[in-house]
Design a protein around this ligand. Sequence first.
Ligand code: 5RP
Length: 222
Amino acid sequence: MEAKKIAAERAVDYIEDNMVVGLGTGSTAYWAIKKLGLRVKNGLDIRTIATSKESEGLARELGIKLVSFSEIKEIDITIDGADEVDRHYNLIKGGGGALLREKIVAASSKQFIVVVDGSKMVNELGKFPLPVEVVRFAYERTTKKLSDLGCQAILRKSKDKVFITDNGNYIIDCHFDSIKDSKELHKNINMIPGVVDNGLFVNMANRVIVGHSNGIIEEFKV
Ligand code: 5RP
């Protein structure tokens, strides 16, 4: 049983006609978009906002209606994955490099549903390197300032090329190993000039759906 798939598909049960839906990014959100595509084919009437060019492309392929922020007041439900979820339901996101749009979309949503497999649930955040989106100008200095916060800060590359986000920025992956106070760290990172945003999503999730390979699905209302 595909753990990510069953969690994502369960989240799609919350989507109703006339809703504005935020589409997440990554291999778990993929299954939610696929399921939404099937429901749209069967008559579900929704409008969606994507968190990445990748998800936008998939939605378009599946015939799901896409809109921009100028066409809506707010988003009813966003469904997205995460790299880590701690016991307070705070998250690390951005493994796929889409953290900025993901955070804007989640922050604009009445309900933010996080879908993960069991391996993403942790006691404490930080084993997964925290992605930080930075502008290209003076990124060397920004990287140094990030490492001064107590991490190993590494410019993300993909196939030997510097990874560029959908917004034209760089990602610095910050290896903290353990994050004791995610709220404080979030604030300290975002105070560094050159940082656009970071992958800590503190007090943002409203519901976390966890899929397990034995078919069991756990749901936590936050
Ligand atoms: C992309 C993300 C993803 O939600 C996160 O990386 C989880 O990905 P996956 O569902 O593929 O495990 O934040 O920026």
